[in-house]
Design a protein around this ligand. Structure first.
Ligand code: 1CP
Length: 406
């Protein structure tokens, strides 16, 4: 892989933001296979008609017929993590990234919230900076801070010196996912990666930042270097998602957590095509169920503060748009069209409110999402670490009950 491997990528049109012909990456990972393995839970049929995937498909089963899942699906971003005492106990003595790369630990942590809350999906316990670590970059997650790089990536020479990522490095990921899907049965596992802007933001700043000035300056002041960096990030994130899907994940989410700091024009000109390039590693991956139906893994695109660019995020190649807590879902549907399934958007702040307040809010979110072809309940961002896990369990059973009564 070279940092210039997307040199021929067509620019997006600033006026509409539409992506014109983003070529598939030149160097395809894991060969050029576009077939999910026969034993994959989506292909064997185990997860294919789960409530989650049915909603992600716009309320259709694998045969393409409109169907009503037996319950309303819900999962939570950051459902694995510090809100769970069993997570804190397991993590003791192991750094964050080391625990992500220990297949036994990563699999157990992924499964904990599924057992506890009865959510409709597992999200792989990993981090968006794992591909950097696997490529040999000096990156650590500092407790209470987040990702910190030993050496930030700020110049053309820094970008040209970025290492290549060998697919063999994904072995701990593949092993962890094998263990997870063996336990999950018909509950789908969601894989994920960081979108190029969000990943590159950490690489340029070297640590979390509020306004992401570094990458936003770079895309204007030194667009060639920005393009090379975002292309590198798209490639490693795309291959990370692909490795997870090939190993058994049934859906994948691209996190552009910080894309909300971009204006619409900057997103369209400097970011959207790179996110499309990340997605291009996993679009077209498919298989055929024993009943003869073609199945693909739904792709979700999420960011915070992204109300003004939701349509562009969908156009980047997503099947499903994740909405943060700032935008009403009915308005989100107006912006992306009723055919687009949505995910979201319970306000994490309300997890600490009295139950009647929280219950009313959950019902409002369900009503606001009812105009979309499909709706998967989630939070508008991650579970805050101080959340009482019993509240999450109660929210899940409320959502499942509401599915059954009307
Ligand atoms: O349960 C799950 O959701 C699975 C695990 C998961 C995911 C999906 C983790 C574990 N990280 C992520 C993705 C991730 N990592 C994102 C996108 C999602 C989001 O917006 O929250 C981002 C921005 C990161 C970067 C990161 N890693 C941060 C944010 C720092 C900042 O800029 O404010 C932090 C705090 C981490 C560490 C981390 N990753 C995951 C966990 C459980 C933790 C906390 C580690 C701990 O236990 O102390």
């Amino acid at each position: 892989m070279t940092s210039g491997s997307f040199a021929g990528m067509a620019a997006s049109s600033p006026a509409t933001g539409s992506v014109t012909a983003v070529p598939r990456a030149a160097a395809r990972s894991q060969g050029s296979a576009t077939q999910l393995p026969a034993e994959h839970p989506l292909v064997s049929g185990l997860t294919a008609d789960s409530p989650l995937l049915t909603q992600y498909r716009g309320g259709r089963n694998t045969a393409g017929e409109i169907t009503r899942p037996h319950r309303r699906p819900v999962w939570f971003m950051r459902q694995a993590g510090r809100s769970l005492p069993e997570y804190r106990a397991l993590r003791e003595g192991t750094t964050m990234l080391d625990s992500c790369l220990d297949p036994k630990l990563a699999s157990e942590i992924t499964l904990q919230p599924v057992r506890r809350h009865d959510v409709d999906a597992a999200i792989f316990f990993s981090d968006i900076v794992i591909p950097l670590r696997l490529a040999g970059i000096d990156v650590e997650i500092q407790p209470g801070v987040g990702p910190v790089l030993g050496t930030p990536v700020r110049t053309r020479a820094d970008v040209e010196a970025l290492p290549t990522l060998d697919d063999a490095a994904f072995a701990p990921i593949t092993e962890a996912i094998g263990r997870i899907v063996a336990e999950l049965g018909s509950t789908p596992l969601i894989g994920f990666a960081g979108a190029p802007f969000t990943l590159a933001a950490y690489m340029v700043e070297g640590r979390p930042s509020r306004d992401h000035l570094g990458p936003r300056t770079m895309m204007h002041a030194d667009p060639e270097t920005w393009k090379a960096l975002a292309s590198w990030a798209a490639e490693v994130s795309g291959r990370f998602m692909r490795a997870q899907l090939m190993a058994g994940a049934s859906a994948a989410q691209l996190f552009d957590s910080w894309a909300g700091s971009l204006g619409r024009e900057d997103y369209a000109r400097h970011v959207q095509a790179h996110s499309a390039a990340a997605f291009s590693h996993v679009t077209g991956l498919d298989g055929t169920t024993p009943e003869g139906h073609r199945v693909t893994a739904p792709l979700i695109h999420f960011g915070t503060g992204t109300g003004e660019i939701l349509d562009l995020m969908k156009e980047a190649g997503a099947d499903v748009v994740g909405v943060d807590y700032r935008l009403n879902l009915a308005e989100a549907t107006r912006r992306v069209g009723p055919e687009t399934p949505l995910q979201g958007n319970i306000d994490p702040a309300l997890l600490r409110a009295d139950w009647p307040v929280l219950e009313a809010h959950v019902r409002e979110v369900i009503a606001a999402g009812s105009g979309a072809a499909g709706h998967v309940l989630n939070l508008g961002h991650g579970v805050p670490p101080e959340t009482d896990p019993e509240v999450l369990t109660r929210v899940v059973s409320l959502i499942h009950e509401i599915g059954n009564e009307d």
